[in-house]
Design a protein around this ligand. Sequence first.
Ligand SMILES: NC(=O)C1=CN([C@@H]2O[C@H](COP(=O)(O)OP(=O)(O)OC[C@H]3O[C@@H](n4cnc5c(N)ncnc54)[C@H](OP(=O)(O)O)[C@@H]3O)[C@@H](O)[C@H]2O)C=CC1
Ligand SMILES: O=C(O)[C@@H]1CCC=N1
Length: 308
Amino acid sequence: MQLGRGLLTSPSIVAVARLLDRLSRATFDRALRPTIPEPEDAPMTITARIGIVGGNGWLGSAIASAVLASGRLDPARLTISGRSDRRGTAETPGVHWTQSNRELTERSDVVVLSVRPQDFSDLSIDARGKLVLSVMAGIAADTIAERTGAAEVVRSIPNAAAAIRRSFTPWYALPAVSAENKALVQALFETCGEAAEVPREAHIDYCVGMTGSGAAFPALLASALIDHALAQGLPRDFAERAARSVVADASQLLRGENGDPSRIVQEMIDYRGTTAAALATMQDKGFADAVAAGLDAAGAKATALSAG
Ligand SMILES: NC(=O)C1=CN([C@@H]2O[C@H](COP(=O)(O)OP(=O)(O)OC[C@H]3O[C@@H](n4cnc5c(N)ncnc54)[C@H](OP(=O)(O)O)[C@@H]3O)[C@@H](O)[C@H]2O)C=CC1
Ligand SMILES: O=C(O)[C@@H]1CCC=N1
């Protein structure tokens, strides 16, 4: 008893007991406490003044809507121009509308060129000292620099899914573009979905087909599925619902942990069931060749459009 009481009350034993108690409480706390995620980098506020030439068109208004919806840009910092008086997103309170590209340029630090490639030759813009950001297919960065007087030129290819903030947007910057402006371009396109800088301008020319036109490819697949189902006598509303789900929902498998496309295809082939039969026949009928030829045709068309 004497010995026991002595041990339990000796200063060193008390210190060890307190330490063990603290450790077990800490373990208990850690087990119960929800994991607090590391704070993500706060989205960049865009303080530059943005002007979108052709911002009343399909892609320009999608970009304008996305950047405004993100809350990263004060509408008062956005200017939109068009040839006609069709204003589109420029109706948003605070956004400035003009039919003068000179006024747009004066009001902007970043001039986004969103006119059709064949209309670029009619465009007269003096953007010296500004960042010029083109979304036009096929027009070379050097040509844009020469025609606008801007040294800092970025070429990009968003796609139609910018309208729902799901575009994948590759962009290429001339060497003169500052790191700050590159960060700005990335932040701007992240409001439209995902964005990635590419190291060579040729990658942008390639991406005109793959990602720029790519937003139409799932629709082509869904249309083919619908047409086939209709030909087999299935009701249209069912066929459309089923095809949209296959393309828009089942494709989310690609976002999963095991989302590697070639792995998914291989697993289906290895299963040796109905899906393998479908895939093998589609490949035999030239599926991959048709995709490759389509991408080549998109690239060729971009070159032709840029020639005027
Ligand atoms: N749509 C898409 O999915 C994609 C488009 N792109 C590229 O984006 C660019 C724009 O395409 P998109 O939005 O589809 O085309 P749109 O025809 O829908 O829009 C182009 C707009 O440019 C305006 N415009 C033409 N000339 C002038 C001018 N001198 N000054 C001011 N505005 C002008 C037109 O105005 P108005 O109608 O008033 O005449 C029109 O609204 C193209 O270069 C295209 O290659 C790239 C990737 C995807
Ligand atoms: O179809 C087009 O011409 C535009 C350019 C790239 C994608 N869409």
